[in-house]
Ligand binder design. Sequence first.
Ligand code: ADP
Ligand code: MG
Length: 462
Amino acid sequence: DLIPDDEYKELMNITSPFHINVETLIHVMQVMENSIKMGLDPTTQHKSDLKMIPTYVTTIATKREEGDILALDLGGTNFRTLLVKIRPQHDPVVISEAHIVPDSKKQNSQELFRFISDVLKLFMIRNKLDLNKKFILGFTFSFPCQQLALNRANFLYPTKGWGLQDLIDHDVVEKLQECLNEKQLNVRVTALINDTVGTLIACGYKVPSCKVGIILGTGTNACYFEDISKIQTITDTTVLPLEATQMIINTEWGALGDSGCLDFVVNEFDREVDKVSNNPGKQIFEKLIAGMYMGRLAAEVLAVLMNHGIILKAQRGHQESYRQYSPFWVLYNLQTSHISEIELDTGKTFANTRTVMNKLGLPQASDADCAIISYTCRLISRRAAMLTAAAIAVLMKRLRGSNKVCIGIDGSLYRYHPRFNMIIQRHLKTLAPVLLDYELHISSDGSGIGAAIVAITADQER
Ligand code: ADP
Ligand code: MG
């Protein structure tokens, strides 16, 4: 009732591509199921959007492990150094520090690993670790790799806006180890894992029924326990423990849609976000969902609404005279964290929405502006959470045989968005297998802790 009828109609029209329903989700599930099957079969793998990468992790921890283990967690935005104290039958005690990776270090692998090694050294000194003592280290590297063993992984391709072209087809463990040696650190990398795997393993340490690990942060991805008999792409089984029957598979589900199979969901705004990204045509599913893109997506829609004179009419007058400050460009500073803030508003006062608009440099947003901005953000994150639910449901269908499935989730989008979890849960009720008992767990810092746990098991198997 804040908005005139004709403007309301136009608003509905412009935002309608973000409305999806259960039928759309079921279609997404079918597309993903097909991709999973193709990805597990060596004859069709090259055509599949989902790479379904074997991780060589075949069990969760026994909880008999013991040691003080270092871990590095390299996400898309954040980089964490961790010291994880693992004691039998106890929850790990974790000391962790977060760092930002400067954009200048995201291009060349040697510069990146030298930077990481320096940060690690300072972390060890700050925490009074004896630099003469030998340490083992688990490395969480959240980019697609072809894993050959726990401590051998060839980099496949960059995502989330990173460069690292020089690292493609090289062993990431070897490259990191070289830089650690160069800095005279007495640290040996015994395992490289994907962040989804870390999340699953860390969650599994607390909840043994954990079978799925999911990341909803800068990017999105998931892994799950698959029967080794169904993974026809494993060629060398000699590196596996004899009793292994299952292995964690890294789905790389962010790439779903790269072949065009999600074109029934992808709209003109998504295409724009894809076009201006570092990797156009790649990681289509990720771009519909993850933290790196959702703010931009909302900005694209809001910019169109502004051009149509539906929002920020008062501010629009300045557009020509102050080009660099024009509200149109300022809109593009909208981040996914702002969307979380906006969605914290309840009722009709829009205090948070107003705060965000002020922060962006768009003061004096009217009540009608705020109502529309908030509606748009909710619509975009609702679609993202619904698509996530569909993807989770597919993995649950594959795990139908289990009695109970716990799903570990890490990443700032999931942790801090006020409604993401609720929307996922609501749609899982319709999409997940009826008889399967499941629960979602936040696995805070799990991606790093898991690397330490895998590193110690890898070391003990030797
Ligand atoms: P990484 O992906 O590097 O492991 P995170 O899990 O912390 O790191 O995810 C960072 C992403 O999460 C960023 O893209 C950012 O947009 C998003 N993010 C940060 N804070 C919030 C928030 N409060 N609500 C929603 N998304 C957020
Ligand atoms: Mg992370």
